[in-house]
Write a protein that binds this ligand. Structure first.
Ligand code: ASP
Length: 443
């Protein structure tokens, strides 16, 4: 039995939590390979080491040398090592790292040092080998080179009963360090799990798994015991940020279950993420609700649009020219709309896009709805139950909210509802009450 364990930033935030990590690892001999993040926040208002390292890269760019931000990074690591009393010459390592950041001079390299140093410390604490992710995680054309990375990780870990791998970064085809997007140590953990054919990928964080909706909107929502990879992808894409949404792919292809666990409450069951074949819904219609604000809907109407072949290509070409991706594209016989993240439409881009689409397709009508929030109602249970849509829209209507857009994913796994930004929280609460409180046997 092999488990790969990834520990997030809060689990590495100080010496005491690093010792908790060691205890968790020692408690189960299957926990053989460990992936670590850089130290995160110790308290609200604290600054993550990764953010300080991006600041360090700016300092180096401006003045050629590391400055105050790096001094804060160094102080964090010195205090962690002091609390652990391990035989690691942290001063020399920090000095060497500062020179390397000055020499390399780019943001990805600077940011990657957070995980590199965390990994060195954890390896010293556990007295196991350290694997530099630069040697085993490879990028090609800006994307992960999965095949090569799996085989290099496998080779590097072969014959090693335990080891620590630094998260978040790898090396591109030109030999330069490159990072994943923020939160990307989750992806490294998934790569290692896949490479060694793990029985489980344990992702240790500071919450006890996924909740059915955002606890800042609904106090104490129920926890999700089991999720499918597909449900996870939908929920994390739409803002449930417990796990990086790209971390799903490597393990999903190999059917390796993920378990989200809490370093600060290791006895909690957490959330288990499995393939659809192993998914046994607990009888709930909806598994979870997530959402995001600030979308724009561009709505087009043209009579007999359905008879014109290639019609949709024309507005899509305009979007492509502006390098804009769309989230959803609901359509009718004579209508077509695009739901787009508003952040890409600022500074006059929206007006340009509308003008160009107007010219390209001469629509009967073109209109724009701004400040739209999307709510994703996700669950395999929905397609087996009659009346789900009626309940969903009934709940939103009873909350006095007007629905601006609907899109049902073709997988029948999700229904996306667009409402005005100002009605976002109220709608989530209404949907939660309908599917979680009303469905509760104690209701
Ligand atoms: N340290 C990186 C970040 O803050 C990566 C990670 O923690 O997963 O985004």
């Amino acid at each position: 039995m092999i488990k790969v364990c990834k520990f997030g930033g809060t689990s590495m935030a100080d010496g005491i939590t690093a010792l908790r990590v060691k205890r968790i690892l020692d408690a189960d001999p299957a926990r053989r390979y460990v992936v670590v993040s850089a130290p995160g926040k110790r308290y609200s208002g604290d600054v993550k080491v990764t953010d300080l390292l991006y600041e360090t890269a700016r300092e180096v760019k401006e003045g050629g040398h590391v400055g105050d931000a790096y001094a804060r990074v160094a102080a964090r690591y010195r205090s962690i090592v002091k609390e652990l009393s391990i035989g690691l010459d942290i001063d020399a390592l920090l000095e060497e790292t500062a020179r390397a950041i000055e020499e390399e001079g780019d943001a990805d390299f600077a940011a990657s040092r957070g995980e590199y140093l965390s990994g060195r410390i954890m390896a010293a604490l556990l007295e196991v080998p350290f694997i530099d992710a630069k040697d085993v995680v490879k990028f090609k054309g800006g994307n992960l080179n999965g095949k090569l990375s799996y085989s290099l990780v496998r080779k590097a870990l072969k014959g090693k009963p335990r080891a620590v791998v630094a998260g978040f970064y790898g090396e591109d085809e030109n030999g330069r360090v490159k990072t994943f997007p923020r939160g990307g140590s989750d992806i490294t953990g998934a790569i290692v799990a896949r490479a060694v054919g793990a029985d489980e990928y344990e992702n240790w964080t500071d919450v006890s798994g996924f909740l059915a909706c955002d606890p800042r909107i609904v106090p104490s929502p129920v926890g999700i015991g089991t999720l499918s990879y597909k449900e996870l992808r939908e929920l994390s894409y739409m803002g449930a940020d417990v796990l990086h949404s790209d971390a799903v792919y490597p393990v999903r292809e190999a059917n390796i279950p993920i378990r989200i666990l809490n370093t600060f409450r290791p006895e909690d069951a957490g959330t288990r993420i499995v393939s659809t074949e192993h998914f046994h819904p607990d009888g709930r219609t909806v598994t979870g609700i997530a959402g995001k604000k600030n979308f724009t809907v561009i709505f087009l109407e043209k009579a007999r649009m359905n008879e014109m072949s290639g019609f949709a290509l024309l507005p899509l070409k305009v979007l492509k020219r502006h390098n804009i991706s769309f989230e959803h594209m609901p359509s009718g016989i004579d209508t077509l709309s695009f739901v787009i993240d508003s952040s890409g439409l600022k500074n006059g881009v929206l007006q340009e896009v509308i003008g160009e689409i107007g010219k390209a397709v001469s629509p009967d009508k073109i209109s724009v709805i701004e400040n739209v929030a999307l709510i994703a109602v996700v669950g395999h249970g929905m397609n087996r139950k009659v009346g789900t849509a009626a309940r969903l829209f009934g709940a939103i209507a009873r909350a006095g909210v007007n629905v601006r857009m609907i899109d049902q994913g073709s997988s029948e796994l999700n229904i996306i509802v667009g409402v005005d930004n100002e009605n976002y929280e109220r709608s989530i609460k209404a949907v939660y009450d309908e599917f979680f409180l009303r469905d509760d046997p104690a209701f």
